[in-house]
Structures are given as structure tokens and as C-alpha cells.
Design a protein. Structure first.
Length: 70
């Protein structure tokens, strides 16, 4: 399943790349992309809802002010 989320307060492209790398390493995530210009994150996983708590932790570690609009 593929889900796209809007990101708020993503400050730089470097942070987006770090988030993407960390999310891709999570168990259960098939693919992920974080686009700084469009402020969007795409997650591909069998059960997106199950991996979202870990995804949110990755985002907060890299960019504490960044919020995900669900």
C-alpha cells in the first residue's frame, strides 16, 4: 500500500534526505521518499498504519519541528 503525507516545517533538503534514508531502513517499509520541494512524504508498506509510529520517530529525531499531516 502506498500513502502520501503532507509535511509541515521541513526546513532543508539535507534533513529530507536523512529522513528518507532512516525510514527506508525500517522493518516493514518497502520504499519511502521525502521531497523537500513539495513538502511531501510517500511511504510504501504492506501495513502503513503499523509502521507510522516508527516513521514519526525517525522524523522527530532528524527534524523535531516537522509535523506530518494525516
Amino acid at each position: 500500500m502506498k500513502k502520501v503525507y503532507k509535511l509541515v516545517d521541513l526546513d532543508c533538503a539535507n534533513c529530507a534526505a536523512k529522513m528518507e534514508d532512516a525510514i527506508k531502513k525500517l522493518p516493514g517499509v518497502s520504499d519511502a521518499s521525502v521531497n523537500f520541494l513539495s513538502q511531501k512524504m510517500t511511504i510504501v508498506a504492506d501495513d502503513v498504519a503499523a509502521v507510522m509510529p516508527d516513521v514519526l520517530k525517525c522524523i522527530q529525531r532528524v527534524e523535531p519541528d516537522c509535523q506530518v499531516v494525516m
